[in-house]
Design a protein around this ligand. Structure first.
Ligand code: 7GP
Length: 800
């Protein structure tokens, strides 16, 4: 598509799709017009992919996830379709600021963190690999909350991305399912019939997901909740207008908002309703599509593979059994066998507080038939495995992890370390009963978004050096390795990073009014705020460094900019205290004349996918400092390495594999191992001992207790100090000295610019394995048993 064609299409959409005259069009109108013009190019490959799947009777993958953290879609589509240059030129020809048009798009923030972003990377790779797939989720009206800071404290505001036309979705009013809740179960002629007490409609909204070079497109189908009865006319006629609107209100609540907590089990009725709502609609849609093509329901596992993204969709298991047994009339055991040959489950965390459990009482009340089936599944499992001591029902609650495991063909962890720990801890007993069921699938990230689109400077250099082709074959980055010993290449690599940093400095200056030196080290920690991720350890290092700088202002310090980004779950008080502390420390440090430009703390509010795309290409150092054994994988760690930022990190999650690949000499390792961490917790007063052994740590904690960063309120950080001294489960104190010392080693290498650039470039050259294409190929081979499809002329018309 040429510049002029694209421009003409934009003008046509502006006029005919949005009824706007160019003279009066706003940025948003232009962005919508460009989105429509680009979207039109997706529809054909989308149809072709659907036709090819039907005509070849290919097996399909269904990825069920309560979260899809996709961010912006316009740039992604432009990049995948190779329309970058045309789009830029068309905008220029229309006198539009391309960057302003692109950044006008709101992020689709339908997720909290890693698990949701992984789902988005997987959609991109599934399309790139032309694997027939659907993502299924909820069309939340309000995605993850907007974060702002008031006097350093996190304030949450409702996010409102759908309060404007959404360019990418197609509403499918005809694809709706009635989803029941409550009610009772009738036994009739040996069959169970569930009579729900209430119901809502699940309506489909489809977003096409285009793969690399537009060769294939899959569908992300999100469910919106609608009332079965729009309006209570009888009540309206009697004048009770509020009550008349009540059915609509009650139904819409289900898809109204994303639960903003990724680490504690929400445990609320509405959440369970959300889970059942989307799982049941998805299962029905999957079976409708299957039965429209095939007669024998027993062959379902040959044509369908379902992946449960954590346990949030786990109720899909009992729902599938219910339909096979109660509606299709299969014997119970056979129904369970078919379901468990179709379903697979990914675990994303071992944190006990995040492992979902639902009270038996609530489950029985809300989903009476399902609770009965869960008991039967549990009995079936005990019967068939002789694992009689093991149950998915425990002390009045249903353990969704165990239930998902029992009903799965494969269960996977998300990094080698995490999978090993799953086998040793939470699922030890189940692993013994099913030794082949647990497999590892180390996470990956899409190189289209996380290198090609977000870092044009570096991707340009890569292409000039090794040619194209790396975008969907990322291991080719290995060809950069020999170039790292070439001083000319290193200089260009350094120039790209410098330009990215200058760009970010401008943004920080504009957005936050903080001036930062692009030649300082940009040290970045961006992720959800959580004790196990240890932002607190990072800020203690800032305090210790600041203290040392004040003590010896004459020393030749390596200037650093400490950049933080991330949200805390609204109910997670300790995480919110950490946020406030970072902001308070920033206030003191950034305005300290004794420090000047040598240390700055920058914490831009409302970290999201788009902000990550801005920060990662400009990072020098990647902070991956979780307590070993707690971060299942991490995916940010991969994005940084890919963009040439070496890691300072623990042996946790995928850090272990990153270090193996980039080489120990290009990774700043510190801290206890997972095993040592477990042992350390048993040592009496481990924190006290660590504090006594580290004057820097003792001093930093003393600053918290003295109110150095909370003038007028010395007690503000007493609680954090108490945690550090007496309840340091995450071993901040035990790891602090090693971390602080390793940071000085980082300084030393950074001082030797050439050595640093070589290290950074080796990180890029050796990160090819962390492409989500590799991950998806591995799921396809080891879990789903599917192969990519070649797109050819198909006979079928589009059938959703
Ligand atoms: C995250 C893990 O914390 C992170 O280590 C991993 O990289 C990511 O999943 C993708 O596998 N977990 C979540 O986001 C989460 O919500 C609770 O876990 C179920």
């Amino acid at each position: 598509m040429t510049r002029d064609e694209l421009k003409a299409e934009m003008l046509r959409h502006l006029q005919y799709s949005f009824g706007k005259d160019p003279a009066h069009a706003q940025v948003r109108d232009w962005r919508m017009a460009l989105s429509m013009a680009v979207r039109d190019r997706i529809v054909e490959p989308w149809f072709a992919a659907t036709r090819a799947t039907y005509s070849g009777q290919h097996k399909r993958v269904y990825y069920l996830s309560l979260e899809f953290l996709i961010g912006r879609l316009l740039e992604d589509a432009i990049v995948n379709l190779g329309l970058g240059q045309a789009a830029r030129e068309a905008c220029a020809a229309l006198d539009l600021d391309f960057e302003a048009v692109m950044t006008d798009e709101p992020d689709a923030a339908l997720g909290n963190g890693g698990l949701g972003r992984l789902a988005a990377c997987f959609l991109d790779s599934l399309s790139t690999l032309s694997i027939p797939a659907h993502g299924y989720g909820i069309r939340y009206e309000h995605g993850l909350f907007k974060q702002s800071f008031h006097e350093g404290r996190q304030v949450e505001q409702a996010e409102d991305w759908l309060n404007q036309p959404h360019a990418w979705e197609f509403e499918r009013a005809e694809s709706s399912y009635e989803i029941g809740f409550w009610g009772e179960v009738e036994e009739k002629d040996g069959r169970a019939i569930w009579h729900p007490g209430d119901a809502v409609l699940a309506r489909a909204y489809d977003t096409p997901v285009i793969g690399w070079q537009g060769r294939w497109a899959n569908t992300l189908r999100l469910w919106g909740a609608k009332p079965t009865k729009l309006f209570d006319l009888a009540r309206f006629n009697t004048g009770d207008f509020t009550a008349a609107a009540q059915p609509e209100e009650a139904a819409r609540t289900i898809s109204r908002v994303l639960y903003p907590d990724d680490t504690t089990d929400a445990g609320r009725e509405l959440r369970l309703k959300q889970e059942y709502f989307f799982a049941a609609a998805s299962i029905r849609d999957i079976l409708r599509r299957y039965t429209s093509e095939y007669d024998d329901i027993r062959r379902l596992p040959h044509k369908v593979a379902i992946q449960l993204n954590d346990t949030h969709p786990a109720i899909a298991g009992p729902e599938l059994v219910r339909i096979l047994h109660d509606e299709h009339g299969l014997a119970f055991d056979e129904a369970v066998q078919i379901a468990s040959a179709t379903l697979n489950y990914t675990n994303h965390t071992l944190l006990p507080e995040a492992l979902e459990r639902w009270s038996e009482g609530l489950m029985r009340h809300l989903l009476p038939r399902h609770m009965r089936l869960i008991e039967q599944i549990d009995d079936w499992h005990a019967r068939t495995t002789k694992g009689r001591t093991l149950s998915a029902i425990d002390q009045g609650s249903v353990k969704m992890g165990e239930l998902s495991f029992m009903l799965a063909n494969r269960v996977n962890g998300v990094s080698a370390l995490h999978t090993g720990l799953m086998k040793k801890t939470v699922f030890a007993e189940l692993d013994r009963l099913h030794p082949d069921r647990i497999v590892n699938q180390t996470n990956g990230v899409t190189p289209r978004r996380w290198l090609l689109a977000c870092n044009p400077g570096l991707s340009g250099l890569v292409t000039e050096t090794i040619g194209t082709g790396w975008e969907d074959d990322l291991e080719r980055l290995g060809q950069l390795d020999p170039h790292v010993s070439d001083a000319g290449f290193r200089a260009r690599f350094a120039a790209v990073k410098r330009a990215n940093k200058a760009h970010l400095s401008d943004w920080i200056g504009r957005e936050m009014g903080i001036s930062v030196d692009p030649d300082a080290m940009f040290d970045v920690q961006i992720k959800r705020i959580h004790e196990y991720k240890r932002q607190l350890m990072n800020v203690l290092d800032v305090i210790a460094t600041w203290h040392a700088m004040r003590g010896e202002p004459g020393l030749d310090w390596v200037p650093r900019v400490k950049i933080f980004g991330g949200k805390a779950a609204p109910g997670y008080q300790t995480a919110k205290e950490i946020i406030r502390l970072i902001n308070d420390v920033a206030t003191v440090v950034n305005s300290d004349p004794a420090i000047g430009d040598r240390l700055k703390v920058v914490y831009p509010p409302n970290y999201n996918v788009s902000m990550a795309e801005r920060l990662i290409p400009a990072a020098d150092l990647s902070e991956q400092i979780s307590t070993a054994g707690k971060e299942a994988s991490g995916t940010g760690n991969m994005k940084f390495a890919l963009n040439g930022a070496p890691t300072i990190g623990t042996l946790d999650g995928a850090n272990v594999e990153i270090r193996e690949r980039v080489g120990a000499g290009n990774f700043f390792l510190f801290g206890l191992t997972a095993e040592e961490a477990m042992a350390r917790r048993e040592v009496p007063d481990h924190a006290g001992r660590a504090i006594a052994a580290s004057p820097e740590l003792a001093q930093a904690i003393a600053h918290l207790e003295r109110g150095t960063f909370s003038p007028g309120e010395p007690d503000r950080y007493r609680h954090l100090a108490q945690i550090l001294r007496h309840h340091d489960y995450f071993l901040v104190c035990s790891d602090f000295a090693a971390y602080h010392a390793k940071q000085r080693a980082v300084d030393a290498v950074f001082r030797d610019r050439d050595a640093w650039v070589a290290m950074a470039a080796r990180n890029t050259a050796r990160s090819g394995w962390f492409s989500s294409d590799r991950t998806i190929r591995s799921y396809a081979a080891e879990i789903w048993d599917v192969t990519p499809v070649e797109v050819g002329p198909g006979a079928c018309v589009l059938a959703s």
